[in-house]
Write a protein that binds this ligand. Structure first.
Ligand SMILES: NC(=O)C1=CN([C@@H]2O[C@H](COP(=O)(O)OP(=O)(O)OC[C@H]3O[C@@H](n4cnc5c(N)ncnc54)[C@H](OP(=O)(O)O)[C@@H]3O)[C@@H](O)[C@H]2O)C=CC1
Ligand SMILES: CCCCCCCCCCCCCCCC(=O)[C@@H](N)CO
Length: 327
């Protein structure tokens, strides 16, 4: 649906010839986004910590740029190693990205990840770490980038055309729209990004900068494989009930389509679209009649989805016994 709807509205986020900074661009969804945007002619900077993984992703992105030939002259790639959970690291990363690419036109924050488990079992340090990985890693670089963007006009490579709107894009998760047991250390950071998007979007009307927040469901990434090592069974059971996980390439493409049609909260499946409609509140959405009707349907369907998920948890409790009954 997202893809077909794209034909009816103008492209609100062209990427050819533009400078895009992608955090978490060394693997998973961030790398898929970097490859996709590079294939469409964007200059990209990828930021992550591990230099080895960055170098491997960099080779893949460079080969995409090489394959473009002379189609997009001046297309560049920057590879930056930084810990974005620290304000200094974020500031340094965006300065380095701009030194290599030029002025940032789109910032897409993909860095993040979950450490599924039960709230009662986490250490305070683990709870804090998730906020760093998922919230501060996006907020510090968005803040540093917005300061730069708001201090200067958007680039206008073609003076006969109006400037393109610059963008700040966060990556939240479907779990911020529909709770799933096991994500208690993660969901606060992801819900916070969604709330920040709504408020920052309004502030950014003052600067003519768009703010968006992608809410994908399961993605088959290294991060996902890693989290599955410690994911509680009950979390897996709930995830198996719903949409199948998608490839990072699918997610990047659908999110890009959603962004290009102007969605503030891009989602990647029809079920997620219903979940979004049911929890959209005052966040802008594209399309009025269908989305409002979908929100009514979601209001009803959500009751049964939530009951179904609760039933899986209660079945688990009956099978395993209450904690003080287990030996
Ligand atoms: N996979 C899934 O099922 C879903 C994922 N999401 C979200 O999508 C995003 C991408 O997920 P996915 O592709 O699975 O993630 P991965 O774990 O596969 O990759 C995460 C990326 O972020 C980087 N990163 C992590 N922490 C930092 C940091 N402190 N500073 C700089 N870079 C960092 C990693 O590199 P390095 O470790 O070297 O720094 C890596 O490039 C995340 O925000 C995730 O929460 C949302 C819904 C579902
Ligand atoms: C109206 C009807 C709506 C129904 C919606 C039901 C959706 C619930 C399933 C959510 C699965 C979430 C996977 C994302 C997890 C994630 O973010 C981590 N894997 C990160 O790494």
């Amino acid at each position: 649906t997202s893809i077909s709807m794209g034909f009816f509205t103008s492209n609100q986020m062209p990427v050819a010839g533009r400078n895009v900074v992608i955090t978490g661009g060394s693997q998973g969804m961030g790398k898929a986004a970097a490859v996709l945007l590079a294939s469409q002619g964007a200059s990209v900077a990828i930021i992550a910590r591990d230099q080895k993984k960055l170098a491997i992703a960099g080779e893949e992105i460079q080969s995409v740029i090489d394959a473009n030939g002379s189609k997009y002259p001046g297309q560049k790639l920057a590879i930056i190693s930084a810990d974005l959970s620290e304000a200094d690291g974020a500031q340094r990363a965006i300065s380095q990205a701009e030194a290599q690419l030029g002025e940032t036109e789109i910032l897409w924050c993909c860095a993040g990840g979950a450490n599924p488990g039960f709230f009662k079992d986490y250490t305070p340090a683990e709870l804090e770490a998730s906020m760093k990985t998922n919230y501060w890693s996006a907020v510090f670089i968005a803040h540093a980038t917005l300061k730069l963007m708001a201090s200067r006009p958007p680039p206008r490579p073609d003076a006969s055309k109006p400037a393109l709107q610059r963008k700040i894009i966060f990556t939240s998760s479907l779990v911020a729209l529909c709770p799933v047991v096991g994500y208690s250390s993660y969901v606060g950071a992801k819900a916070a990004l969604r709330a920040l998007t709504d408020t920052l979007r309004q502030e950014c009307l003052l600067y003519d900068i768009g703010v968006h927040c992608c809410c994908p469901g399961g993605i088959l990434t290294p991060g996902f494989e890693n989290e599955n090592l410690t994911k509680p069974d009950v979390t897996k059971k709930i995830e198996e009930e719903d949409d199948k996980p998608q490839t990072p390439e699918q997610v990047a493409l659908i999110c890009l389509n959603e962004l290009q049609r102007g969605e503030t909260l891009p989602i990647t499946t029809f079920l997620a679209r219903a979940a979004r409609a049911g929890s959209i509140g005052p966040t802008p959405r594209v399309g009025f009649v269908f989305e409002v009707i979908l929100s009514w349907i979601a209001a009803i369907v959500f009751i049964f989805v939530r009951k179904g998920h609760d039933a899986i948890v209660i079945k688990e409790r009956k099978a395993k016994g209450l904690p003080w009954e287990q030996k």
